[in-house]
Design a protein. Sequence first.
Length: 356
Amino acid sequence: MGRRPGQPQRHPDRKRPHQSGRHHRLPARPGRGRDHPHRRHVGLAREASINVRQRIARGEIPGPTLYVSGPFIQHAPYPGTEAFRWGVNGADDARAKVRKLAEAGVNVIKLIDQDQMTEEEVRAVVAEAHAHRLPVIAHGHRPDEIRVGLKAGVDRFEHTGLAMAPEYPADIIQLLQERTAKMSLGPLYWCPTIEGFFNYEDNAHNPLHIDDPGWQLGVPPDIVADIKASLRHPGWLAYYQITPLRAKTSGRKFEQLRRAGLVLLVGTDSGIPMKFHNQSTWRELDIWVNKLGVSPMDTIRAATYWPSVMMKVDADYGTISPGKYADIIAVKGDVLRYIDLLQRVDLVLKHGQRVK
Ligand SMILES: [Zn+2]
């Protein structure tokens, strides 16, 4: 839309600085956004995610400012996932699918399994997304996903991947460093979604967090019962079969990404088994500070300032500065000494209005 190059992107749902007032009960989604004024959601059905984003922006339902991807773009959706994963067949199809998402108003394009796509398809996804000023965020689970993604110019990678391999191979680190050395391209971002590796043993053997009423807020009782039943034997979940082995390698991989000059972002993968929206952000910050040796302020910036830069909304959001919206959370106590105080958020302001 009529935006000059270099002009910051306005959030597409934004109408006025202050949405009129009343606050209703939270929508039926575990812990959605109560403690954070912004959230990035990737891999959801297109209409549903955009509809929720717009209704929040219009003040019809309470919630955070959302940035959504709609469906994943990939080689082929896994059976039963067609509503939120779109396969592409050829470069023209890739371009058409990304255009369809851009015209529907998504904020980012999420790309996965790009190592199974042709080079032309991956380039078409990135070129079309960038033509619509949308960043492309890609999975970095497999070595070739990273190599292919770097070659095509994706903007951000996700997850601490490579299964049980002890570290990222030297050629990938070399490629990452060549990329981060190019100032004109801006930062390369990586969202490691790493806390689950460090918390898995406690989650499985002492799963107190499943009893937390916070994630059940506004969720219909039958869905709460269904989720709890699915987690009756936390240590038996097939999803986490190799997690204890992957966990041994994740600290080393995080350190490699840091040293390669990437801008690491706090993100959570909420929605996977045992990972609840109301718990996952503070836990990610806690692990960065207390297990991975990142300073508390750098960790907080990775959850606030850098994501706003990555989404090109830093003219309005991301720091407490004159001219930006007051989107602020506050807790009692010194979070720079005790980062896990963030699990009890005392105050939430969104666009200058108190939400909690
Ligand atoms: Zn992902």
